[in-house]
Design a binder for this molecule. Sequence first.
Ligand code: UDP
Ligand code: MG
Length: 325
Amino acid sequence: MTAQKRQTPRKLTLIIPVYNEADGLRRHLDEILRQLEALPASVGAGLLIVDDGSTDATPEIVQTLCQQRRDVALLVLNRNFGKEAAIVAGLDHSDADAVVVMDSDLQHPPALLPKMVELWLGGADVVEAVKVSRNTRSGPYRYLANAFYRLFDALTGLDLHNHCDYKLLDRKVIEAYRSLPERSRFFRGLVSWMHFPAAQIPFEEPAREAGESKWSALRLLKLSWDSISSFTALPLQLVTLLGGVTFLVSLLLGAKALYDKLSGQALDGFTTVILLLLIIGSVLMFSLGLLGSYVARIYDEIKARPHYLVDRGRSRLPDEGEGGQ
Ligand code: UDP
Ligand code: MG
């Protein structure tokens, strides 16, 4: 790497989005805090927990921790805005020289932190943890995740295979990310798209320690489509291609119908008519739906609502002057 080594001392914030994680949270955070002790003394590290509208005791657990430790801060969002919004909220409220985004359930092993920091101090702007296997997940999940990444790669040219949100970002990457104007965010996709010099650390993803995954099959499907449609309009062009194909088929069938008519055999052909109606009908509906989902996307962006709203009363931030919404 040709990048320059960074000067110390440096400030590092761990941004941890949490949603209904009361089960086991304190233990997980204690484990993460323990790993901070293994960082070089010149790096001042702290935690910024972003509560994404939990309905259980999650914020209270973190508030208690904030009273006990100065290096833990809490940002509470008004309601569940989703993990992507929680990450943006965390980035907006950190003034550190670098942040690490990580999950609270220890599926992003905190033991990687010293190595991440070392690579960052060595000059990398992005340090990403990349899974070497997804064995902890169920068979269908693995299959669908692979299918999604293959499709995403084919449509956008970005290979996110085995990527996750466990990443260290330098200040300049944070600023670049925050300056992106769009509302809809796909963190790992956008970080890869920004293409800052990155180092990678492979890791085995452990099973979830406590609680359960917050992504239902339907939510994952929606997330997959949102990620694809926020990155590429290629599916819309595929609709045009589909129109072209049906046009060619209709030319062939039209010529046959005309030939049948002229040669006096026009009566048989009801099956063809029914099939054509069904095919064209479904192609039209499919295309309309696809178009609709892109229009909805534009509608969302045009409304330009904030990514998140902060509950100041329940948050525990060291300095209210930092960042913005
Ligand atoms: N999370 C969040 N908001 C949500 C869903 C999840 O902040 O709407 C957090 C969650 O608390 C966890 C992290 O995002 O810290 C990853 O979630 P999860 O472990 O459920 O995802 P998985 O590991 O199954 O991909
Ligand atoms: Mg998890």
